[in-house]
Design a protein around this ligand. Sequence first.
Ligand SMILES: [Zn+2]
Length: 132
Amino acid sequence: MGIWSGSCHCGAVRFRVEGDIEELTRCDCSLCRRRGALMAKVHESGLVIEAGEDNLALYQWNTGVARHYFCRTCGIYPFHRKRSAPDSYGVNVGCLEDFDPSQVEAPYRQADGVSMTVKGQGRPEWTGPRED
Ligand SMILES: [Zn+2]
């Protein structure tokens, strides 16, 4: 099990992640495509906000279930409350000190975010990762 310190760019938001990071994901939904972060899934019990919770702004879209946070000062996305796993966060591993993504065995998993978007023919529920 690892413990990592995390922060936004300006340092207003600081948090700690405790647990195992075994898989990293990228997502191709319209938000993640723009955000470009490599993410780890962390259970809510393993994410502790140490400073700056009131400096987090909330962005919600699509079904409004996921809660995407970003720093009001520097705009960096540190983590979001997941829609596909509501008891977990997606954490931007680029915000973690001394975390080397190359140490995670699989390079990363491509999450199928596009088809989770409800508009048009999108599916309303997560049905699992993309196969390719
Ligand atoms: Zn900041």
